[in-house]
Every structure is written in C-alpha cells, then in structure tokens.
Ligand binder design. Structure first.
Ligand code: ZN
Length: 405
C-alpha cells in the first residue's frame, strides 16, 4: 500500500472517531454494487466495490492468501438482514461472506479470482449516509501483499461463518481467565541465586489456576511449562481461548528506588516513570531481541481502530485492577504504597480483552521473596485474585448490560 493511500485511509478514519454514538451502520444493498471493468476474457478483471452505509464507519482493508481474499473490517456495520447473494455483481467473485465477528466489529470477506492489490479506497459522506468505494486490480502472485500475522493481536479472529453470534457479553458460559506466567524458556526473567522468576511464577500460576477452577472459572494458560512464548503470542492465545480477562504474572527484580510489595498494572503508554520504563524494557527485551518489533505492529489505521477498541476496554481493565487490589487488601496481603498503576507493558496492549499485569513482588526484595516461597501467602493471594475475578465479572456484566440499553 502506498503511503498516499495509507494517508487517505487515516484521514478517512479520523473524522469518524467521534461517531461511536449512532451505533452500527446499516447496509443499503439497493445502492451497493460489485462491478468489473472491461470485457470478460476469463481472466481476473479490475473490481470496484461500492457499499452504501447509513453513516460513515472506521474500517480497514487488507488481503489474505490461500485462497486469495479481500477482507474489510468495520466498526460496525449491521449485516443482519442482508445476504451477500443479494449484492449486485456478487457472482463476479467466488464467494462473499459477511457478519459480526465480535462485539463492536463486523467483517466482510470476499474470495477473489486471483491475487489483487488495492488501488483506491475512499469513504464519502453523502446526504443519506456514506459510500465506501474500494477498487482493486489483479496483480502477479509475487506482487500480492497479504497481511501476515503482524496484527494477530487484534485480527486473527475466526471467519464470520465460523462464529456463532455472541448472545451478549458472556451468555451462559463459564468465565474464562487467561493466566500468563511471565518469561520462560531462554528468558528466565529475574534471577536471584538459583531462583528464577520464570519458575517461581509458573508455580504460582498453577496454584492460581486451581483456585480459579475451584470457583468454576476456566483458565486459558499462555504457557504451562518452561518454554519461551513471545508477548504477542500470549495475547493471541488469550483471544483464541476467548478469555474474558487477561492476567500476566511476574516477580521481577526490584528496579532502583522502587518500593517493594505487590503491584497491579494496567496499560498506560504515557506512564512516565523511569523505574517502570526499565521494567517495561525488561518485559519486552526478549521479544525485541527475537526481532519482533512491538512498536511497528500497528499500522496507522489499525492504530485508530485499536485506540477505539481500547477506549472501551481500558476502564474495564482499571476496574478489574481495583477489584484485585481491594480483595488483596481484605486478605491483608502487603502491597506497594500505590498498588494500582499504569505502565507501558506491551503484553497489556490487547485492545479488546481487559488486561492486568500483577507483579506479585520483587524477587530481589527479601520480604517479597519470603512471601513468594510461603505457601500460605500464595494460597491467600490466589484466593483473593480468584474472588476479584468473580466480583469484577458480575460488576462488568451489569455495566455492559446497561451500556446496551
Ligand atoms: Zn517479569
């Protein structure tokens, strides 16, 4: 995609950022078309898709391979009463599918007769709504640019056809918590003598899993042994497991000048604390060394969409962090003087799953270290976190129901 096209997409996306009010846009099939240019000689032809919407929505476009597909993600189009087979020109391509794939997001997938490239994308405001026009032209296979897994943290979601409509925030299924024991494999985390953070945390994660299971909560683990799991993969595993909340567990080395005690972090890219920045670098280090550029994974449009999604998720993460702090407080677990803080820890970047990172304590602090090796402390901490999950989920469900009304 050229920089100009990217710029156009960004400019288009920004003015509608405030338009979260009108709800999902309706698709007007009578004004929507797929047309092919030129005469049919049995070869792929340039295609132009026009979708008439009741109001402009943020969207993004990309291609997938095997089979070649055009994917348009919208925030949000109501496809419920529309059939792709009713779109004029739908037979020009092998298949079109659309639908909601998760709350707040809709997706259109168009199978293509070969590799294509996007040459034009614009969303025009009209007196009755908006027209989204996409033009794409056949290209040689080597010029086919598809989205790899760089945005998997947000986008490796199931195809709409495979996704049953979600009945509400959670329906009747059991609560699901992603438990993410930090570090592992060639990254032992903090080390004090023969003790490694990766091993201590894995032990605690097992105890926490048991406590959650006893409370009827399902656990989606990001690692269950001493193996290295990249940060982005951890978020992807949580999403694939349909986790309702994500808890990353750590017990790092104490950065200079930082008070000891348990701390709970939520995502805050602007957190300006030298010690926290050092910690964030430490958490990200091995991914950076492995060549995963965590800064570069969001392109501009995705960034806008992620910010939108995050603006809904962030208060939920913060609410969960407060529940954890309050339950731990009630169990007399000693915490940092400011137990709930923001930090730019990349593993908390999931835009759609409330996420916290619990620094159980610092292995370098003798008091914290003693706690981490005290079975009673661990049991009380696990029970408090489990109880916080239950209370938060109840509160969160009530809030989400209210926001639907
Ligand atoms: Zn750590």
């Amino acid at each position: 995609m050229t920089w100009l096209l990217r710029l156009i997409l960004v400019l288009l996306a920004f003015p509608v950022m405030a338009e979260t009010g009108p709800g999902p846009a309706q698709l007007d099939l009578t004004q929507s078309t797929l047309i092919a240019e030129g005469r049919d000689r049995g070869r792929p032809r340039p295609l132009e898709l026009t979708l008439a919407l009741s109001h402009p929505v943020p969207y993004r476009v990309y291609f997938l391979d095997e089979p070649a597909r055009l994917v348009v993600d919208f925030r949000q189009v109501d496809f419920r009463d529309t059939q792709p087979s009713a779109l004029t020109g739908n037979t020009l391509v092998p298949a079109i599918r659309w639908g909601r794939f998760r709350q707040g997001w809709s997706r259109m997938v168009m199978e293509l007769p070969g590799p294509y490239a996007l040459t034009f994308a614009a969303q025009q405001q009209t007196p009755v709504g908006a027209l989204l026009r996409l033009r794409f032209e056949p290209v040689k296979p080597e010029a086919f640019v598809t989205r790899g897994n760089s945005l998997s943290a947000l986008w490796d979601l199931p195809q709409p056809a495979d996704t049953p409509a979600l009945p509400g925030p959670r329906g009747d299924r059991a609560l699901r918590v992603a438990i993410d024991p930090g570090h592992g494999g060639h990254d032992p985390g903090a080390q004090v003598g023969a003790i490694s953070e990766a091993a201590v945390i894995l032990g605690f994660a097992r105890e926490l899993t048991e406590a959650l299971n006893r409370a009827g909560i399902e656990v989606v683990p990001t690692r269950t042994d001493d193996s290295f799991v990249p940060l982005e993969r951890r978020m992807t595993l949580a999403r694939a497991g349909a986790a309702d909340v994500f808890i990353s567990l750590h017990a790092d080395a104490l950065p200079e000048g930082q008070a000891a005690g348990l701390s709970i972090y939520t995502w805050d890219p602007s957190a300006d604390d030298r010690a926290l920045r050092q910690l964030a670098l430490r958490h990200d280090r091995d991914d950076l060394l492995a060549g995963v550029d965590l800064q570069g994974t969001d392109d501009e449009v995705a960034g806008v969409l992620m910010d939108l999604a995050r603006s809904e998720t962030q208060p939920r993460s913060e609410a969960f962090a407060k529940f954890v702090a309050s339950e731990l407080n009630g169990t007399a677990i000693s915490m940092h003087p400011r137990p709930v803080r923001g930090a730019a820890f990349s593993v908390l970047k999931s835009p759609d799953i409330p996420s916290v990172l619990i620094e159980l304590g610092f292995l370098t602090d003798p008091g914290d270290r003693a706690n981490l090796f005290d079975p009673d402390w661990r049991a009380r901490t696990a029970a408090a976190i489990s109880s916080a999950v239950v209370k938060w989920a109840k509160d969160d469900a009530t809030r989400q129901e209210l926001s639907f009304q």
